[in-house]
Ligand binder design. Structure first.
Ligand code: SER
Length: 609
């Protein structure tokens, strides 16, 4: 069974149970200032989990490309990847535990053919006034007994640290307004020995690699309030996510996901081009595989390496991937990229179309990185010329921690990269400088994203409506071939990207700003309609519409409606939310424009408070 067959089985299993397939959302999310990447299938569904009706109904399923930057340092073991595909199914206030858990059990044992004897589960132990999940325990008991297995020793209770899910993590970490809930995970047991390094006794959440989590059913029924208390959401939801790579590992009974049929040809390409074996270099090769796969998907989303936000993550992935590749004495990355596209094209055909672009981004970044390494060396050589600098005979040069830190701040080199250039330094002193530096940037981040989610929703909602006006105004002034390629809204500013390969001249910028302000003055009504997708296209809806599965879509009108589309100023495919009248935006101002490369420009704008 291949990875794409597992996807097909998942979709058809849930379609048979009344679910509608929804599309894979862009990896770089639209209009969500709180995160750089889509990291779970539920992320684009937050408004619907909170109670807005979804155009496709109450039962949804999909497969979502996800990227988790926080797992960069975990990459290298048998089961973590930064990029992965998540199978998802959702109940938006429809079915709950007693359907979800039996369905997942049935999917694993009947559809994927896993032996129930290999499965172990976890349930939520309780937190403050949120009760222990005995209902799930009872359901699991029945399922194991039904499969002729003694449930004793199969069901484990864990605290909120392990069995509670929200985008922000545990209950204490959640901002006010955030939805979350207890969850129940399923683990697959591999026939390997427990590694005592990880504790005396093995259990499903032990890190030794004997157990692998293969799916998580979140019972999303709570919302955190401003005073820290948890209240019931207006509806009880199910948010299920299962890692495709891990499900495949279970199907193949292979406890190293990099040796499954999904990854082994990529690993083989690394072996061939480096002349090294996976067996002796598994950690390095896993990092190379993971980082280049993730970089390929991020580059295909239109991100270019830079020192900021998504671009910074992409840069880090490519450079770290290269460090590991060079340690393997690898020279040419193209054959690996070719294999990556080959492996993923069945479910992500656009990678084939974008291959040249992906290759271009990675090769250019490799050049830039080589240049940086060269400059870093020159910096040290110049600084230490004529001085006694350590034991050069041994090929190592001791540099001061200040200089090493300069290599980090101005050349962007990590301690490992600095060491790989042959420099040693006081690592403790370096770590202290790093800590102080991170504290300063953390404060900057908090300021930038102050409020995070629901607290400041009105400000970001206003910004969101402004992007629709801006999008249309840009098309009015620059032409209908111009369209949005990305956006990001914080409480302080709006950032809007579009395809346009030259500078927007001042008069045009002024005109765009004037149109938006004119539309604000007209105080147009904003509303949404749920329309069959074909009809939506007929009324001229624009937007980042990539969906091939959804037969119905949510469309936002600014002015006009389906019956009078000619009165509408803007009609866009969009999940919302938006303000009710454009007058609420008060005044719109363009702050600056930037060239972000690859024929794209970026406008920063702000609204009056
Ligand atoms: N949101 C949950 C997760 O990411 C389940 O989909 O694990």
């Amino acid at each position: 069974m291949t990875a794409s067959q597992i996807i097909q089985k998942h979709i058809s299993f849930f379609e048979k149970r009344g679910h509608k397939r929804i599309s894979n959302s862009p990896l770089v999310p639209e209009n969500d200032p709180t995160t750089l990447f889509t990291s779970s299938g539920m992320q684009p569904l937050v408004p619907y989990l909170l109670g807005e009706p979804h155009p496709q109904g109450k039962r949804l399923a999909n497969v979502q490309n996800c990227f988790r930057a926080q797992d960069i340092d975990e990459a290298g073991d048998n089961r973590h990847t930064t990029f992965f595909r998540m199978l998802g199914n959702w109940s938006l206030g429809d079915y709950f535990k007693k359907e979800q858990l039996p369905w997942f059990f049935e999917f694993l044992t009947k559809e994927l053919g896993l032996s129930a004897k290999k499965l172990y589960v976890s349930v939520f132990e309780g937190y403050q006034n949120i009760p222990r999940d005995e209902e799930s325990e009872t359901i699991w008991k029945g399922l194991f007994e039904g499969a002729g297995i003694d449930p004793e020793g199969r069901i484990f209770y864990y605290s909120a640290e392990k069995n509670w899910w929200s985008r922000a993590g545990e209950p204490e970490k959640m901002p006010s307004g955030e939805p979350g809930g207890p969850d129940s995970e399923v683990f697959y047991e591999f026939d390997v020995k427990h590694d005592l390094k990880y504790g005396k006794k093995c259990h499903p959440n032990c890190q030794c690699g004997k157990f692998m989590e293969i799916g998580n059913s979140v019972f999303m029924q709570y919302q955190k309030k401003g005073d820290g208390a948890f209240v019931q959401l207006p509806q009880r939801n199910v948010d299920f996510g299962g890692g495709l790579e891990r499900l495949l590992a279970a199907v193949e009974n292979q406890n190293d996901i990099f040796q499954t049929t999904l990854f082994n040809s990529i690993v083989r390409a690394i072996e061939l081009t480096t002349g090294k074996s996976y067996r002796n270099n598994s950690r390095l090769m896993r990092i190379v595989t993971d980082h280049f796969v993730a970089a390929a998907f991020i580059a295909a989303s239109g991100v270019a390496p830079s020192n900021k936000e998504q671009g910074y993550i992409l840069r880090r992935l490519i450079r770290r991937g290269l460090d590991n590749f060079y340690q393997l004495e690898g020279k040419e990355i193209t054959p690996i990229l070719e294999l990556i596209v080959e492996e993923y094209k069945e479910t992500n055909l656009y990678l084939v179309e974008k291959f040249e672009k992906i290759k271009g981004v990675l090769l250019e970044e490799e050049e830039a990185y080589k240049k940086t390494l060269h400059q870093a060396k020159r910096y040290i050589e110049k600084k230490y010329r004529g001085k006694q600098i350590g034991d050069e005979l041994k090929g190592v040069t001791e540099v001061s921690s200040d200089d090493a830190f300069t290599l980090y701040t101005t050349h962007g080199l990590s301690p490992t990269q600095i060491k790989s250039l042959g420099y040693t330094f006081d690592e403790q002193a370096f770590a202290e400088k790093m800590k102080a530096h991170q504290e300063v940037s953390r404060k900057g981040m908090v300021k930038k994203f102050h409020g995070g989610l629901a607290d400041h929703q009105e400000k970001t909602i206003r910004g969101h409506t402004a992007t629709h006006l801006l999008h249309q105004a840009i098309r009015d002034v620059l032409g209908k071939h111009v369209h949005q390629t990305g956006s990001n809204i914080t409480t302080d500013r709006i950032r809007f990207d579009f395809n346009y390969d030259k500078k927007v001249i001042d008069e045009e910028l002024k005109k765009i700003e004037e149109i938006v302000n004119q539309k604000i003055k007209e105080n147009l009504a904003v509303h949404f309609e749920i329309l069959p997708t074909e009809e939506a296209k007929k009324v001229g809806a624009i937007g980042l519409f990539e969906d091939t599965y959804q037969d119905k879509s949510k469309i936002y009108f600014i002015g006009g409606s389906t019956s009078s589309p000619q009165d509408a100023y803007s009609v866009e495919f969009c999940g919302g939310p938006h303000v009710d009248f454009t007058g609420r935006l008060k005044r719109f101002k363009i702050i600056k424009q930037e060239n972000i490369g690859r024929g794209q420009r970026r406008i920063y704008a702000a609204l009056e408070n």
